[in-house]
Design a protein around this ligand. Structure first.
Ligand SMILES: NC(=O)c1ccc[n+]([C@@H]2O[C@H](COP(=O)([O-])OP(=O)(O)OC[C@H]3O[C@@H](n4cnc5c(N)ncnc54)[C@H](OP(=O)(O)O)[C@@H]3O)[C@@H](O)[C@H]2O)c1
Length: 255
């Protein structure tokens, strides 16, 4: 007889990068509600401490860790600290990321370097540091935050599209190298999600209409839409899923 799929994260330790604001903040809460002990990491430690209090007030377990993903030594030290403090590391959600839009002719070298340092280099070395721990324990779930901009071109987003396309390729290669040792690696690729970071643009009627015209589902995404995909990929139920890029995009890339 078939058993039921297991979506519970009880007794698991999850690290969410870029958890101070926006999607990462919501993902940390969702993982805690699913039963995980959550390490929340970013540069804004005051915001992280507030998040930890909010998770604890709901009966969850969380701890804050300072992290700047542009610094590889800092990544390594932070992930060792998480492992040392919480005893395991089962789930890594590589959410820290920058978004920016400029016409390609206006992109500066500094724009390029900053976005690649966070969205690609930082993400890769978080995978590497967490992967060492997960491979040693024989179990792990890595979920990389990609974007619909990894799958199709989006005008005025040249560097962002390039950075997220690279996230997809890193996801595939790490899945090839690590899945046989119990560590799955996947990415989620959301459409526009309404967050404090995107509210300014999405609250402009012309910008919002331009987005909605491309969205077959007829609405922009919410953090809960992303959380559903992340919880699934983080769960034991997704054991056979690895090397995939899961669009959470309301059909944007279906056309
Ligand atoms: N919102 C969308 O429409 C959308 C759509 C598709 C994909 N995404 C992706 O989803 C992720 C989150 O997006 P969001 O909209 O929630 O962004 P956000 O509100 O701007 O939050 C970004 C998070 O990343 C952290 N971060 C930035 N630089 C960092 C660094 N150097 N080291 C550590 N953490 C850093 C920030 O924390 P600190 O500043 O405190 O360090 C913050 O917590 C990103 O990877 C983004 O590309 C977003």
């Amino acid at each position: 007889m078939a058993s039921s799929p297991n979506f519970q994260l009880t007794d698991q330790v999850a690290l969410v990068t870029g958890a101070s604001y926006g999607i990462g903040r919501g993902l940390a809460k969702a993982l805690a509600r699913a039963g995980a002990t959550v390490a929340v990491a970013a540069r804004s430690t005051d915001a992280l401490e507030t998040l930890v209090e909010e998770i604890r007030a709901e009966g969850g377990t969380a701890q804050a860790f300072a992290l700047d993903v542009r610094d590889v030594n800092h990544i390594r030290a932070c992930i060792q600290d998480v492992h040392g403090a919480l005893g395991r590391l089962d789930i890594l959600v590589n959410n820290a990321g920058l978004g920016a839009n400029h016409p390609a002719l206006d992109v500066t070298e500094a724009d390029w370097d900053e976005m690649m340092a966070v969205n690609q280099k930082g993400l890769f070395f978080c995978c590497q540091a967490a992967g060492r721990i997960m491979l040693a324990q024989g179990y792990g779930r890595i979920i990389n935050m990609s974007s619909q901009a990894s799958l199709v071109g989006i005008r005025d987003h040249a560097v962002y599209c390039a950075s997220k396309g690279g996230v997809n390729q890193l996801t595939r290669v790490l899945a090839l190298e690590w899945s046989a040792s119990g560590v799955t690696v996947n990415a989620v690729a959301p459409t526009f999600i309404y967050t404090p970071g995107t509210a300014e643009r999405l609250d402009q009627p012309a910008f919002r209409q331009g987005v909605l015209d491309r969205l077959p589902i007829g609405r922009v995404g919410t953090i809960d839409d992303v959380a559903g995909a992340v919880i699934y990929l983080a769960s034991p139920a997704a054991a056979l899923v690895t090397g995939t890029i899961l669009p959470v995009d309301g059909g944007w890339t279906a056309q």
